[in-house]
Ligand binder design. Structure first.
Ligand SMILES: Cc1ncc(COP(=O)(O)O)c(C=O)c1O
Length: 383
């Protein structure tokens, strides 16, 4: 297989490996690297998965997903996101990550242009290049001052060859939640084209700022060209269960159906069955978790701004994207030295886009005590 140079081992995993080595050597590491909530899935869901396995949901199933789960998801999308869809528009995947790559594989042809908003989730660029090595990626930088969408840059990047735009809100790594006004401009730009919007909404329920969640799939003008991608990893503490989903535009149903048949057969049957009523369970634990995220986001912003770094307070998700230029180190060196000297693991900004080498990403997904000690370590490192 031809593998493009853009397809490199994940930088987030490289640092977690180094951190693990230190732990094995008996040291305490303050891990602000990975975006993984540290709570367990609600026990009700664990019980349901267990019961599903005992009840016989252990066989092959429909490759687009279990009908009852697809119906449940379609109802959620209609009710909560204002997306007009039905069961047959939903495809269950091994995480949002797999939905992303399958959507890209389905739509991309050699020479197609993909607009990617940078900084971005570490897998987007490798996934585009795995899906179609001859796709051309046009990166549009978010405005460094407040991480807003640079509409003029976006407008000038759109061409007759643009096949899709990848969107992610709440955003990894900046914590930006795109506003309705930003979406209005974006939708106005693409509404008369055949450009697909691939909207990664995996952090939907981790939204603690004052900007309401907007799904581009809710805009009727473009609804037929939107892949709404979501999953359960982040909100329900089940990153290892590997289950997510997407809405599939009608003209891509055949492509997607064929891809999942040959790639997966189906997503684990008893996990799908166990999640059948997932959006109906008591979600008060998310109120508490969002409260934790809000407090941690404030703490990190205040402490690091006071230490001379520049932090835009995140509005959602699990991360702060911190400008480290005051320290005069590039992001990989900053992260390497920080781990060595203060035992704090963060992720270098360069992992999220070529123009973001003056940044590091700090995750506040974990325990308060660990985050506070980690931030103290960063302050000691920069002051
Ligand atoms: C923006 C973004 N999309 C997708 C994923 C992957 O989600 P999942 O665990 O559902 O595959 C992540 C995980 O870190 C992410 O940050």
């Amino acid at each position: 297989m031809f593998i493009s140079k853009e397809v490199q081992p994940s930088a987030t995993l490289k640092f977690s490996q180094k951190a693990r080595e230190k732990v094995a050597g008996g040291e305490t590491i303050y891990s602000l690297g990975l975006g993984e909530p540290d709570f367990n899935p609600p026990s009700l869901l664990i019980d349901k998965v267990y019961e599903a396995a005992k009840a016989g949901f252990n066989k092959y199933g429909n490759s687009m997903g279990l009908d009852s789960l697809r119906l449940h998801i379609a109802n959620k999308l209609q009710k909560e996101n204002d997306i007009l869809c039905e069961k047959d528009d939903i495809c269950i995947t091994f995480g949002a990550k797999q939905a992303l790559i399958i959507a890209l594989m389905a739509v991309l042809q050699p020479g197609d242009e993909v607009i990617n908003i940078s900084p971005c989730y570490v897998s987007y660029i490798p996934q585009v290049k795995i899906a179609e090595p001859k796709a051309v990626i046009k990166n549009i930088d978010l405005s460094p001052g407040d991480f807003s969408l640079d509409f003029e840059a976006l407008k000038s990047a759109v061409s007759a060859k643009t096949k899709c735009i990848i969107l992610n809100s709440p955003n990894n790594p900046t914590g930006k939640v795109f506003s309705r006004a930003e979406y209005d401009l974006l939708i106005g730009l693409v509404k008369d084209s055949k450009i697909y919007l691939i909207s990664d909404e995996i952090y939907e329920y981790l939204n603690f700022g004052n900007v309401p969640m907007v799904s581009p799939g809710a805009y009727k003008e473009v609804a037929e060209s939107v892949f709404t991608i979501n999953g359960f990893s982040k909100a329900f503490g089940m990153t290892g269960w590997r289950i997510g989903y997407m809405t599939v535009p009608k003209d891509q149903r055949r492509n997607i159906g064929t891809l999942v048949q040959h790639m997966n057969t189906n997503v684990t049957s008893f996990v799908q069955k166990g999640l059948e009523g997932v959006y109906d369970i008591d979600r008060s634990f998310l109120v508490d978790y969002n409260d934790h995220l809000r407090r941690m986001a404030e703490h990190i912003t205040d402490e690091l701004n006071a230490a001379g770094l520049q932090v835009v307070k995140p509005q959602g998700g699990l991360f702060c994207f911190v400008n480290i230029s005051a320290k005069g180190l590039k992001s990989d060196d900053f992260a390497t030295l920080l781990l060595e000297k203060q035992n704090v693991a963060v992720t270098p900004g360069i992992a999220f886009g070529a123009n973001w080498d003056d940044y590091v990403r700090i995750s506040f997904a974990g325990k308060e005590e660990e985050i506070r000690l980690g931030i103290e370590g960063i302050r000691n490192f920069v002051l």
